[in-house]
Ligand binder design. Structure first.
Ligand code: IFM
Length: 459
C-alpha cells in the first residue's frame, strides 16, 4: 500500500472495526437473549440465502485467535460492539453476568496485546422483548438503553477509554423502521422518525451516564455519512442534493451539534413533533469528545419527479454497488469540520466489499480493496493537512462477516473467512494495511499514549 504516511500525526490511531451480531455467533451461549436480528434473520425471505448470525465467525469462541491476527496487523485499536441481549436478555434487568463476562475477557485480552478497545454500545441488536413492547419508536427503549449503558460502563469503564454510544442511528431508523429491509422490518415513516429521535435522545442520556461512571473516558457516536454531489449546478439539482443531505446527514448532525432539527425538513419535523419533549434537544446536543464517521461512497444526486434521484455514474463499484470515490471522503471531512467543528473525528468505518475468492495458492489477492483503503487513507491525509482533526481510522472490517440483509454474500474483511471451516485467511489487503501501519509507526513518537501502550506490550 505505497502511499505517503508522513502527514499522519504520530498518535494517529490505526484500527479495524466489527460488530457483535456480525461476527460473534454463539447466539444461545451463556444466557444470551433473542435480538431483533435473530428474529428477522429467522423469518423466511428477509436475509439473502436464509443466512443468519447463528455461527457467523464464531468470534465468541475464537477471539484469542483473532486478537493474534490483530497483533500481526499491528493494530492500535479494535472497535467492537457489546451485544445488549447478552447483557440484558430481556432488554432490562435482570443482568446476565455471564454475558458481560465475555466482554470483560475480551477487553483484558485486547489490553494484554497492547490493543486499545473502542467499544460501541449499540450496533443494531435490540433485545426482542423491547421491540415487542414497541421498540425504538417508544421512549421506554431509550430509557432501557441507559440502564444497559450504566451496567456495561460500570463493569468495563475502568479499562475501556473510548465509548461509542450508537452506530449509525440513521440506518436503524431508515432501514429498520422506514423501509423494513433491516430488523425489525417495519415500514412506517412516523416510526422511523420517532426511532431516530429516541436513538439520539438515548445517546445524550448515555453521554451523561458514561461521564458520571468513567469521567476520563472519551465519548462519541458514529453516523453513516455520505457526501451528496449535485449532478449539475442547476438550482433543481442543487436542491435535490441539499434534500438528500438533509435526510441523511443534517437530520443527525444538526441536533447533535446545534440542538435543532434542520428546518428545511418540514415533513419530518411534523412527525418528530409528535414525540419530542422539552429539553430533548439540549440533551441530544450534550458535548461529545468525538464524532465517528462511517463513510464508504459518494452520492451523485439529480432532481427527479418529486423525489431526488441517486444517479449511477460510470466508474468503479463494490459488490454492494457503492461507487468508489475517495475524494468524497476528503470533501465530507472538510465540510464536517467547517460546518460543525467536532473536537475530534475518528473514521470509525471505511472499507469495501468485493467478490473475493481463494486462488490456487490458497491466498486472497484483493487488489481492489488494497487500492480502496490506500486511496481513502490518502483522502484522510489530505483532510488532516487541511486542518481537520481526524484522530484515527478503522477499516470495516477486520473479518468477513454477516452483512445484514445480504447475509454472507458481501466480503468486507481484511481477513477472509472460509465459512464451512471458519478458517481465517489474511488477504493481501491485510498485509498491505499491516505494512502501511508499520511504515507510519517507524516514525511515531513512543512518548504518546498509544506508543506507551505498544512498548509496554512489546507489540
Ligand atoms: O456492515 C455494515 C456495518 O454494520 C455498519 N456500517 C456499514 C457496514 C457495511 O455495510
Amino acid at each position: 500500500m505505497p502511499s505517503d504516511t508522513t502527514d499522519f500525526p504520530a498518535d494517529f490511531v490505526w484500527g479495524a472495526a466489527t460488530a457483535a451480531y456480525q461476527i460473534e455467533g454463539a447466539v444461545r451461549a451463556d444466557g444470551r437473549g433473542e435480538s431483533v436480528w435473530d428474529r428477522f434473520a429467522a423469518t423466511p425471505g428477509k436475509v439473502r440465502s436464509g443466512d443468519t448470525g447463528e455461527i457467523a465467525c464464531d468470534f465468541y469462541h475464537r477471539y484469542p485467535e483473532d486478537i493474534a491476527l490483530m497483533r500481526k496487523l499491528g493494530l492500535d485499536a479494535f472497535r467492537f460492539s457489546v451485544s445488549w441481549p447478552r447483557v440484558f436478555p430481556q432488554g432490562r434487568a435482570p443482568l446476565n453476568q455471564a454475558g458481560l463476562d465475555f466482554y470483560d475477557r475480551l477487553v483484558d485480552e485486547l489490553l494484554a496485546a497492547g490493543i486499545e478497545p473502542f467499544a460501541t454500545l449499540f450496533h443494531w441488536d435490540t433485545p426482542q422483548p423491547l421491540e415487542d413492547a414497541g421498540g425504538w419508536p417508544m421512549r421506554a427503549t431509550a430509557e432501557a438503553f441507559v440502564q444497559y449503558t450504566e451496567a456495561v460502563v460500570a463493569r468495563l469503564g475502568d479499562r475501556v477509554r473510548h465509548w461509542t454510544t450508537h452506530n449509525e442511528p440513521g440506518v436503524v431508523s431508515s432501514h429498520g423502521y422506514g423501509l423494513g429491509v433491516h430488523a425489525p422490518g417495519r415500514a412506517d415513516d412516523a416510526d422511523a422518525v420517532a426511532a431516530a429521535h429516541h436513538l439520539l435522545l438515548s445517546h445524550g442520556w448515555a453521554v451523561e451516564a458514561i461521564r458520571r461512571l468513567a469521567p476520563a473516558a472519551s465519548v462519541g457516536l458514529a453516523l453513516d455519512l455520505a457526501q451528496p454531489y449535485p449532478a449539475s449546478d442547476s438550482p433543481e439539482d442543487l436542491a435535490a442534493a441539499w434534500q438528500i443531505d438533509g435526510e441523511g446527514n443534517r437530520w443527525f448532525l444538526d441536533p447533535l451539534f446545534r440542538a435543532v432539527y434542520p428546518d428545511d425538513q418540514q415533513e419530518r419535523i411534523a412527525l418528530v413533533e409528535r414525540v419530542i419533549r422539552d429539553g430533548d434537544l439540549a440533551t441530544i446536543a450534550a458535548p461529545s469528545d468525538f464524532l465517528g464517521v462511517n463513510s464508504y461512497r459518494r452520492l451523485l444526486v439529480a432532481a427527479g419527479n418529486g423525489r431526488p434521484r441517486i444517479l449511477r455514474p460510470a466508474g468503479r463499484y463494490t459488490t454492494m454497488d457503492w461507487e468508489v470515490y475517495p475524494d468524497s471522503l476528503h470533501r465530507l471531512l472538510v465540510r464536517l469540520a467547517d460546518d460543525y467543528a467536532p473536537l475530534a473525528i475518528y473514521v470509525t468505518e471505511n472499507g469495501a466489499a468485493f467478490g473475493d475468492v481463494r486462488g490456487h495458492d490458497g491466498e486472497v489477492h484483493d487488489l481492489e480493496r488494497t487500492a480502496y483503503i490506500r486511496d481513502h487513507l490518502d483522502a484522510i491525509r489530505r483532510a488532516i493537512a487541511d486542518g481537520v482533526p481526524v484522530k484515527g481510522y478503522f477499516v470495516w472490517s477486520l473479518l468477513d462477516n454477516f452483512e445484514w440483509g445480504y447475509g454472507y454474500s458481501q466480503r468486507f474483511g481484511l481477513v477472509y473467512i472460509d465459512y464451512p471451516t471458519l478458517e481465517r485467511v489474511p488477504k493481501d489487503s491485510f498485509r498491505a494495511y499491516r505494512d502501511f501501519i508499520a511504515d507510519h509507526r517507524a516514525g511515531s513518537d513512543p512518548t504518546t499514549e498509544l506508543g506507551e501502550l505498544r512498548s509496554k506490550s512489546g507489540a
